[in-house]
Design a protein around this ligand. Structure first.
Ligand SMILES: [Mg+2]
Length: 247
């Protein structure tokens, strides 16, 4: 665990442990924290678009990411619903690629069906969960479609690790709304200080945790910080480092 400093003595109590009163649960974001969303998304799109007459290409994937990221930002701000997001991203993609916009609903269904089957784990995910599960109660708090996120966790062979899985679609609160973490804490019967939240997004994950008063650990995958975003104080460079600090 670092705050920009060299790792401390492994035998000393870690900064994470000091900042909480004996955490008994570790809650994780899913995408780009446990699951490889970038890979899953690319493969799902590659498999889905030929069914509506489009040819997959890196350019098409980039266009989809730009469209999807912009719509997710509006969703997080509460400006559009999840249903609207699910349809609009493919309507815009088809418009961009010269396809038939009437096929947006079909493409949306095909994409989510393919995505739900993807069990792409990030490299150090399973071993970390095995180590942490010996000592902590584990959970997932994720923005996403309930069926898709649960299916992906199952396809990745991870479901049995988690006592609670909370999705924004099911609980109707999306990060950075702290109430999504409150749902998980209530399910576990824990006050905020007895949990940790681990996530890769220094905006939504950190903001939700701060507002919920849950100690936050940023999984820093080396990407530039978004403009105007404060660097979270507690940082690990990998899930393996997280496990080394907590176990
Ligand atoms: Mg994430």
């Amino acid at each position: 665990m670092t705050g920009g400093r060299a790792p401390a003595d492994r035998n000393a109590k870690s900064p994470v442990a000091r900042r909480t009163s004996s955490p008994s649960a570790v809650l994780f974001d899913a995408d780009q924290t446990l699951l490889d969303f970038d890979r899953a998304q690319a493969r799902a799109l590659r498999e889905a678009v030929p069914r509506v007459g489009l040819r997959f290409s890196p350019h098409l994937l980039r266009a989809y990411r730009v469209i999807n990221d912009a719509l997710w930002e509006r969703f997080r701000q509460g400006a559009i619903s999840g249903e609207r997001l699910a349809h609009e991203r493919f309507r815009q993609l088809l418009a961009h690629a010269g396809g038939d916009e009437q096929a947006a609903a079909l493409l949306g269904c095909l994409f989510l069906d393919r995505l739900a089957q993807r069990g792409d784990r990030l490299p150090d995910c399973r071993r970390t969960l095995e180590r942490l599960a010996r000592r902590y109660r584990l959970g997932v708090v994720t923005n996403g479609y309930d069926r898709v996120q649960r299916s992906r966790l199952a396809a990745a062979g991870l479901t049995s690790f988690f006592e609670v899985v909370v999705t924004s679609e099911a609980c109707r609160f999306a990060k950075p709304d702290p109430r999504i973490l409150g749902v998980a804490l209530a399910a576990l019967g824990l006050p905020p200080r007895r949990a940790l939240y681990v996530g890769d997004d220094p905006r939504t994950d950190a903001a939700a945790a701060a507002a919920a008063r849950v100690p936050f650990v940023w999984l820093d995958r080396g990407l530039p910080l978004p403009a105007g975003t404060r660097r979270p104080r507690q940082r690990v460079a990998s899930l393996t480092e997280l496990a080394e600090r907590l176990v």
